[in-house]
Design a protein around this ligand. Sequence first.
Ligand code: TRP
Ligand code: SF4
Length: 367
Amino acid sequence: MQINKKRIMSGMRPTGKLHIGHYMGVLKNWLAFQDEYESFFCVADWHALTTKYDQTEDLRQNITDVAMDWIASGINPEQSTIYVQSLIPETAELHLLLSMITPQNWVERDTTLKDMVKILRDKTIVQAENAKKIYLGKKELDKTEVINAIKNEQIKIDLITYGLLGYPVLQTADIIQFNASLVPVGKDQLAHLEISRDITRRFNHIYKTDFFIEPQPKLTETPLLKGIDGQKMGKSFNNDIKISDSEEETTKKIMRAITDRSRIKKTDPGHPQECEVVCPYYEIFADAETVKKQRYECENAIRGCADCKRELAEIMNNYFFNIRSKRKELESNHGYIKKIIETGSEKAREQVCITLKEVKKIMKMYN
Ligand code: TRP
Ligand code: SF4
């Protein structure tokens, strides 16, 4: 394959508007690499279906939202290729071929997949807890018993579909169809990527070729940004700040953030190292001098937590000001986003077709 520049490839599932954790943990690297590398960024709608196959009402809007968040954040569609996964059917064909050579226990060992299943199980438990009554056919069941049985895994719920099990294989197809050498992602993707490298190596070994490059992951300096409650940031945990949130929404959320729990009154000296959200956010978004002052004033009970958070909110609103203005502009220009997606998908598809043809030749398929 003729590759002039080295390539990067990455993707995100369209499950809603992106949060600042996506920005700091992943997008920042996409931005950093897009000049130097030929870049392919995938809105992974098939991957969204692996867990949300029954909730497709918002899928179209979510695809547009993700693309808008990317472009507002600085992904340059003139330079980088933005595409929608399902617009390239050849990826599914490559996925199928790769699935033939992937041992089942490789995917079963995928710890990220296990985490996804755990989240699904927790959601099912919440649903059961919120249900008024639980029936099996016409027979009403004891709710507590059912919930406990789900928790103890005595009741097996069908959370893992055939498609979900193939998650890392599909992701491998996404990456190696461009022969990308670098994959800028969040920490949670490392387990998938290890399988990608294994599959790549196995393909090369079985068919005695060096056609596929083993893709390496790339993390940012701030791979983990906590949610305002101190837990992992996530939409479903209701603790995230969106890239597209307004200044008012951002301020409101920051005011709700947890702080040093031992600090009750403003006259109590604070402990910045115990302040798990506000302090790290300062480190990330404020300049060194501001951080120094903020710590000093906290430790010496000069500033109260409310003032501290208000200042942080302002700093963050400044930080995201340009991105949010651009986002607003894009929202009123739907034709533009549609065009970007269509052009990008066509361009990406051309590359995938070239790869697939070569793969079939290597595998000595009928053609
Ligand atoms: N699994 C990734 C996520 O959950 C999305 C994704 C799909 C991806 N295909 C990819 C990431 C290829 C990197 C490379 O966000
Ligand atoms: Fe945290 Fe700021 Fe309060 Fe100190 S003053 S505990 S750093 S919020």
